[in-house]
Design a protein around this ligand. Structure first.
Ligand code: KG4
Ligand code: ZN
Length: 342
């Protein structure tokens, strides 16, 4: 079965063709193409939803054409269209959903609406089709930070969330303070590799709170005050690197501590890392090291390369189980929901 996955919930236009097979009761995935067109926000300094939607509107059709071409397929080869219907920015989401509906109706192809956060979890299935449940997922993106308990794929309980900024948002805001452009996460990670993580002592908010919630706005403010107290018009490269490394260290400490606690309390078999911030190598390594040392029986899985940040392949993979049993949405009842929960 071929699934066309379409993602437009934020600022990346993602389209992918994924082939799905059933093998020994488990689904297996072959990503035949996965095109992501990333928007440039240099002029606006960040995402402006209506501008992002207009750019999706002009790129979506050429991106679909390119994804089909790279997969050496045509629209007639697609058995299902999967599209993100939330959570995300309403205008960008509408572009993807309306495009998917139009193609589905005119070409008579079944349609499945996908939850973007569920898709970040599903992005790990490509290399790990046989996940052992129960699992605990740490989802860290530009809009969300949450710890989720999974009885199985499709059955979720949110154990904790951020009370203010999402982790990716904190990376983006601190990057802006350091004069770096959007998205800030990759820029901070690059700077941090040359910095001393002990140079500044930033708080690790709510690290030992007796819940699974997070808070990152105090940490962000601590970085702001530190920069202000340096009384300089322009930070030196070394100061930038040290601040980036110290900030990143605090964030990772909190994330690793909380996910370890959740996995222990809920006796998870598997720990899943997902969302754009999971691209961070230091986070991946610290998480793997921590579980290897303390909980060697728990399997830590991260998305395949290229599937960390928003993309169409994760949307197609998230729809695969439903697609295989014919559980489709009708084009008249599929709606965009910017606050869709898991
Ligand atoms: O999942 P995603 O692509 O979009 C949303 O659904 O929000 O996540 C984007 C977020 C941005 O905030 C970006 O700065 C962050 O992920 N990010 C990173 C890295 N790569 C992307 N954060 C830290 N380290 C990275 N390497
Ligand atoms: Zn995302």
């Amino acid at each position: 079965m071929n699934i066309l996955g379409i993602e437009t919930s934020c600022d990346d236009t993602g389209v992918s063709v994924v082939q799905v097979h059933k093998h020994n009761h488990a689904l297996q995935y072959v990503i035949q193409s996965n095109i992501v067109v990333t928007q440039n926000h240099a002029r606006t300094g960040g995402i402006v939803p209506e501008i992002a939607a207009r750019r999706h509107a002009s790129t979506i059709i050429p991106t679909i054409q390119q994804a089909l071409k790279e997969a050496q397929k045509t629209m007639s080869d697609m058995h299902v269209i999967a599209v993100t219907r939330g959570p995300g920015l309403i205008a960008p989401l509408l572009v993807g959903v309306e495009t998917a509906k139009t193609i589905a109706v005119t070409r008579n192809i079944p349609l499945i609406g996908v939850n973007h956060m569920e898709a970040h979890i599903a992005s790990t299935f490509v290399e790990h089709p046989n996940i052992q449940f129960p699992a605990i997922a740490l989802l860290v993106s530009g809009g969300h930070t949450m710890i989720v308990y999974l009885e199985r794929f499709g059955s979720y309980r949110i154990l904790g969330e951020t009370r203010d900024d999402a982790v990716g948002e904190a990376f983006d805001k601190v990057a802006k303070m350091l004069g770096l452009s959007y998205p800030g996460g990759p820029a901070i990670e690059r700077l941090a590799t040359g910095g001393n993580p002990e140079a500044y002592t930033f708080p690790a908010p709510m690290m030992y709170s007796d819940d699974f919630d997070f808070s990152f706005s105090g940490l962000k403010t601590a970085v702001l005050y530190t920069i202000r107290d340096l009384h300089t018009d322009a930070l030196t490269k070394q100061q930038q690197q040290d601040i980036a490394a110290s900030f990143q260290k605090s964030v990772i400490q909190v994330l690793v501590e909380k996910i370890c606690k959740a996995a222990r309390v809920y006796t998870a078999q598997t720990v899943i890392l997902g969302g754009g911030v999971s691209a961070n190598k230091e986070l991946q390594q610290q998480l793997q090291r921590s579980f290897f040392t303390h909980y060697p029986n728990m399997n830590v899985i991260i998305p395949s390369s290229g599937l960390f940040t928003d993309n169409g392949a994760m949307i197609a993979v998230a729809a695969a189980e439903r697609a295989m049993v014919g559980n489709f949405d009708s084009w008249t009842n599929i709606h965009v929901d910017p606050r869709l929960s898991l």
